[in-house]
Design a protein around this ligand. Structure first.
Ligand SMILES: Cc1cc2nc3c(=O)[nH]c(=O)nc-3n(C[C@H](O)[C@H](O)[C@H](O)COP(=O)(O)OP(=O)(O)OC[C@H]3O[C@@H](n4cnc5c(N)ncnc54)[C@H](O)[C@@H]3O)c2cc1C
Length: 475
C-alpha cells in the first residue's frame, strides 16, 4: 500500500485544503498528517502567545476531524525549521512514506526550509508535491504589461479582478472518509513549549465550523453594510476572520465563493466588492513579498527612508504599548490589542501612524510589537500595513500625510463609544470632551487617572516632516 503524508503548517483545515485533497485523491493510499511545532523559530518570528494558543486549539480540533476521516495526525515538537526537516525525513523513513504533500508558505525562512526538505526527501526517494493554496491567485500570476509585479494597489486589484473573471479558483470539498475511518484521535497534542495566552472564545471560537459559521453570517448579514461601517471601531462591522485566514483555518477561496453565492455580482464593484477588495489587499502584500523578498527581512521599500533619524525614547514606546499616551483613540486601540490580540483596521492605521509620525519612533519597533500581540499576525500583511503607515512602503501614505489622532478619534468614534469600552477611567468625561479629556479636566478642575498627551501633535508633526525631509535630502 502506498503511503501519503500531508505536512500541515498554516493550513489547519480539512475543507478546501489543496495538499490534503491531492493526498487523498488515491482512495487506496494510506494518508497520514504531520504537524511540527518549532518554538525557537516562532520566537524568532515574534509569534504572539495568543496566536500560538489559537494554533494549538485549532490543531487539537483538526486532529479529531482528521481521525473521523481515517487520517491520523502526528505531532512533533523541535527547536526550529532546520530540526523540523530532520524530523520530517526520519518520519518518512519510519512510516515508509512514498509521497509528501504540502501547501507553500511564501516567507523566506519557510521557503528555505521547504527547499531543504525537498532535497532531503528526494534523496530518500520520496516524491514531494507543493501547492499554491493560501492565496486566491498564486504569486507572480498577476503582473503588469511588462511582466513585473505591480507596485500600486489599484491597478493590481483591477488586473486581479480581470483574472478572476477569466476563471475562479476552485474550492475543494473536504476529503471523504477513508476505508480506515474512523480512527481514534490518538495521543492528545500537548501544550507547545511556547508561551500561550488565553483567547476570548466568544470572539474567536476555534475550529473550521466556527470560522465557516462566521463567514456565512458575515456574507448574509453584514457584507452589504461593510463600506458604511468598516471604519467605525465601536461597531461589529468587519468580518473578524483574520485570525482564521492567518493560520489557514479558512481559505480565501472559501471567502470568495461564499460572498459570490450570496451576492453573485460582487466582482462587479458594488458594496460586497469593497470587502473582496480587502482580500485583494491581502493578496497584494503576499505577492509583493515574493517579488521583493527583502520585505521579509523588514527592509523598507523606499530606500531613502533608511536615513530617517528615529528617536529612541523607551518611555514613549512604553506609553504607546501600554495605551497611556494621553490620546484616547490611540490608547483605547492599544488596550484592545493587548487584551484581545486583535485590533480594528482603522485603529491599526491610527496607532501605527501615531508611533511613527507623532513619536518619530522606528516603525520596526511597532511592527514587532504588533506581531508579538496579534492573534492574526501575518508577516506580509503586518509589514505591508506598517510600511504603509510609515510611508516607507510601495503605494504607502505619502510621508507628509500625517493623521491627527484627535480628529481621527472625532471622525471615527464621535461619541467615544469605543473609547469608553477600553478606558473606564474616562467614564466621567462628557461625550463632547472625550477626545481631549485633559482639557476638560483642567477647565473643570477635575482630577483624572489618565495622562495628559505625551507629545503635542502640532510640534510632533513638524518634527517628523523635518526628519523625513532631511532623510530625503540626504539621499
Ligand atoms: C499597521 C497594520 C498592521 C496590520 N497587521 C496585520 C496582520 O498582522 N495580519 C492581518 O491579517 N492583517 C493585518 N493588517 C490588516 C488589517 O488591519 C486586518 O486584516 C483586519 O483588521 C482584520 O480584521 P477583519 O478580519 O475584521 O478584516 P475585514 O475588514 O473583514 O477584511 C477581510 C480580510 O481581508 C484581509 N485584509 C483586510 N485588510 C487588509 C489589509 N490592509 N492588508 C492585508 N489584508 C487585509 C484580512 O485577511 C481580513 O481578515 C494590518 C494593518 C495595519 C494598518
Amino acid at each position: 500500500m502506498t503511503t501519503h503524508l500531508v505536512w500541515l503548517r498554516n493550513d489547519l483545515r480539512i475543507n478546501d485544503n489543496t495538499a490534503l485533497t491531492a493526498a487523498c485523491r488515491d482512495s487506496k493510499a494510506k494518508v497520514l498528517a504531520l504537524f511540527i511545532a518549532t518554538p525557537q523559530q516562532w520566537q524568532q518570528h515574534d509569534m504572539a502567545p495568543k496566536q500560538a494558543a489559537f494554533i494549538h486549539q485549532n490543531l487539537c480540533l483538526l486532529q479529531e476531524t482528521l481521525a473521523e476521516r481515517g487520517i491520523q495526525l502526528h505531532y512533533h515538537q523541535c527547536a526550529d525549521f532546520s530540526a523540523s526537516v530532520d524530523h520530517l525525513a526520519e518520519f518518512c523513513q519510519q512510516h515508509q512514506v512514498d509521497a509528501l504533500y504540502y501547501n507553500y508558505q511564501y516567507e523566506i525562512n519557510e521557503r528555505e526550509r521547504d527547499a531543504a526538505a525537498e532535497k532531503r526527501l528526494d534523496a530518500q526517494g520520496v516524491i514531494c508535491q507543493g501547492f499554491d493554496d493560501s492565496l486566491l491567485l498564486p504569486p507572480g500570476s498577476v503582473q503588469t504589461g511588462s511582466n513585473t509585479m505591480f507596485k500600486v494597489f489599484t491597478p493590481f486589484s483591477r488586473a486581479f479582478v480581470r483574472r478572476l473573471h477569466q476563471g475562479l479558483p476552485e474550492c475543494h470539498h473536504a476529503p471523504k472518509a477513508r476505508a480506515e475511518a474512523p480512527l481514534s484521535a490518538g495521543k492528545k497534542i500537548p501544550a507547545f513549549d511556547y508561551p500561550m495566552e488565553q483567547i476570548d472564545a466568544s470572539l474567536f471560537p476555534a475550529g473550521e465550523e466556527a470560522a465557516l459559521k462566521q463567514l456565512r453570517h458575515f456574507g448574509k448579514q453584514s457584507v452589504q453594510h461593510y463600506p458604511d461601517v468598516r471604519d467605525l471601531p465601536a461597531l461589529d462591522g468587519t468580518s473578524r476572520l483574520s485570525p482564521y485566514l492567518a493560520i489557514g483555518v479558512l481559505s480565501p477561496r472559501q471567502c470568495l465563493h461564499r460572498i459570490l453565492k450570496e451576492h453573485p455580482d460582487a466582482l462587479n464593484e458594488g458594496k460586497s466588492f469593497t470587502w473582496l477588495n480587502e482580500l485583494i489587499w491581502r493578496e497584494f502584500y503576499r505577492h509583493l513579498m515574493v517579488a521583493f523578498p527583502a520585505l521579509c527581512k523588514h527592509q523598507p521599500f523606499i530606500d531613502w527612508t533608511h536615513n530617517v533619524e528615529w528617536q529612541k525614547n523607551a518611555a514613549h514606546l512604553n506609553a504607546w504599548q501600554q495605551g497611556k499616551t494621553g490620546y484616547p483613540i490611540v490608547d483605547a486601540a492599544m488596550r484592545q490589542l493587548n487584551h484581545l490580540g486583535w485590533m480594528h483596521n482603522r485603529l491599526r492605521m491610527i496607532t501605527a501612524s501615531f508611533l511613527v509620525k507623532d513619536l518619530l519612533i522606528d516603525w520596526h519597533d511597532g511592527e514587532r510589537y504588533f506581531m508579538q500581540q496579534l492573534i492574526d499576525g501575518d508577516l506580509a500583511a503586518n509589514n505591508g500595513g506598517w510600511q504603509w503607515a510609515a510611508s516607507t512602503g510601495t503605494d504607502a501614505a505619502p510621508y507628509f500625510r500625517i493623521f491627527n489622532p484627535t480628529t481621527q478619534g472625532e471622525r471615527f468614534d464621535k461619541q467615544g463609544e469605543f473609547i469608553r469600552q477600553w478606558l473606564p477611567e474616562l467614564a466621567a468625561v462628557p461625550d463632547s470632551d472625550i477626545h481631549q479629556p485633559h482639557v476638560w479636566a483642567q477647565k473643570n478642575n477635575k482630577k483624572l487617572d489618565y495622562p495628559a498627551p505625551i507629545v503635542e501633535h502640532k510640534d510632533a508633526r513638524k518634527k517628523t516632516l523635518d526628519a523625513f525631509e532631511r532623510a530625503r535630502g540626504a539621499a
